[in-house]
Design a binder for this molecule. Structure first.
Ligand code: NAP
Ligand code: ZN
Ligand code: ZN
Length: 351
């Protein structure tokens, strides 16, 4: 067993604080990764505060992990010591169900094993995430990371990146489509970058007028302030797709009305309270609502390679881990441009 430093929540109401625990020794198929950067996802906050229910404590959050391989098991083929590697939202799945076989392990019929707030198959030991100095993961669930891009900007691709890339690819979003991205945070800013890279006409739908210039810099062709009733009215029946990344409880109805005939709202934001979807907003224009959860390992690798080829990274604010509790408060206020990323060196140097 290997001593590992981390920051953990001990309950839904206590701030994150230093926590020492032991990682398993790498098995034959495992790699051990020295963590360099870990992104801060709004899902970390939902789970730390038990907003979705079922949280396991102590909880070491973090599922946007990049680092360097320090040890490999004797059966490992994909990696060698010194390689860069990434870990996203899950570290295992059943491997035999139809969804696992189809490469959509995030929908494993037996349930994927979350990188944190999950339980290892077999031992049922709780999983601990990336707000820590190192992690041990089966190579099949570990991603290859290019050395062409700044690593701190790559970390958020492991969740915010794949969560927005996957549904846009699934729906073949591209040239000729009008895409609205709702909510300019971690997911939203990646949604804008991908939708624009795929050739769509992109509109940022935001509650924050102060984010307009950034939205355009990120690749949005238009900006719609959702608090402006006249501007909203002018965009009724307009979009083919709306990528809904909103983390807070909200009403779908005003946004559904912006969809044209056969339009689809793609729900990726995961507020704890259910939103209403009024029948008339759907049936009058054959609109639909679909959900999407992160992405499988194969597609996550494809997304990382696409980003390396197209020079796409997340826009980040790097913080020492000691500022994590303030960072959470700022994320909740929508005051993040556009992803906090923890420099894990700050944890290693903590006495
Ligand atoms: P985030 O950085 O906090 O961004 C959320 C954005 O939503 C905010 O920046 C804000 O943008 C907008 N917003 C906040 N409150 C709002 C309100 N009351 N009404 C309308 N818009 C509001 O969060 P994130 O890390 O991108 O995560 C977003 C959500 O996706 C979270 O619920 C997270 O758990 C979920 N998630 C889902 C998956 C998945 O696989 N489906 C994966 C990762 C995360 P503006 O200032 O522009 O309005
Ligand atoms: Zn996430
Ligand atoms: Zn499975």
């Amino acid at each position: 067993m290997q001593a590992t430093k981390s920051y953990a929540a001990q309950s839904p109401t206590t701030p994150l604080a230093p926590f020492n625990f032991e990682r398993r020794e790498p098995g034959p198929h495992d790699v051990q990764i020295e963590i360099l950067y870990c992104g801060v996802c709004h899902s970390d906050i939902h789970q730390v505060r038990d907003e979705w229910g079922g949280s396991i404590y102590p909880m070491v959050p973090g599922h946007e992990i990049v680092g360097r391989i320090t040890r490999v098991g004797d059966q490992v083929k994909k990696f060698k010591v010194g390689d860069l590697a990434g870990v996203g939202c899950f570290v295992d799945s059943c491997r035999v169900c139809d969804n696992c076989k189809a490469g959509i392990e995030q929908y494993c019929e037996d349930g994927m094993v979350g990188t944190y707030n999950g339980r290892e198959k077999g031992t049922q030991a709780p999983t601990y995430g990336g707000y820590s100095t190192q992690i041990v993961v089966d190579e099949q669930y570990t991603l290859t990371v290019s050395d062409k891009l700044p690593l701190e900007g790559v970390a958020p691709l492991l969740c915010a990146g794949i969560t927005t890339y996957s549904p846009l690819r699934y729906l073949n979003v591209g040239k000729g489509h009008r895409v609205g991205v709702l909510g300019l945070g971690g997911l939203g800013h990646m949604g804008v970058k991908f939708a624009a890279a795929f050739g769509a006409e992109v509109t940022m739908l935001s509650t924050s007028a102060s984010k307009e210039a950034d939205a355009r810099r990120l690749g949005a062709h238009h900006f719609l302030l959702t608090k402006d009733a006249a501007a909203m009215k002018a965009r009724e029946n307009y979009f083919d797709f709306i990528l809904n990344t909103v983390s807070a409880n909200h009403d779908y109805s005003p946004y559904l009305q912006l969809l044209r005939t056969n339009g689809t709202m793609i729900v990726v934001g995961a507020p704890s309270v259910p939103s209403e979807a009024p029948a008339f907003d759907l049936i009058m224009k054959r609109r639909s609502i679909m959900g999407s959860l992160i992405g499988g390992i194969k597609e996550t690798q494809e997304m990382l390679d696409f980003c390396a080829d197209h020079n796409i990274v997340s826009d980040v604010e790097v913080i020492p881990i000691q500022q994590i509790n303030e960072a959470y408060e700022r994320v909740i206020k929508g005051d993040v441009r556009y992803r906090f990323v923890i420099d894990i060196a700050s944890l290693k140097s903590e006495s």
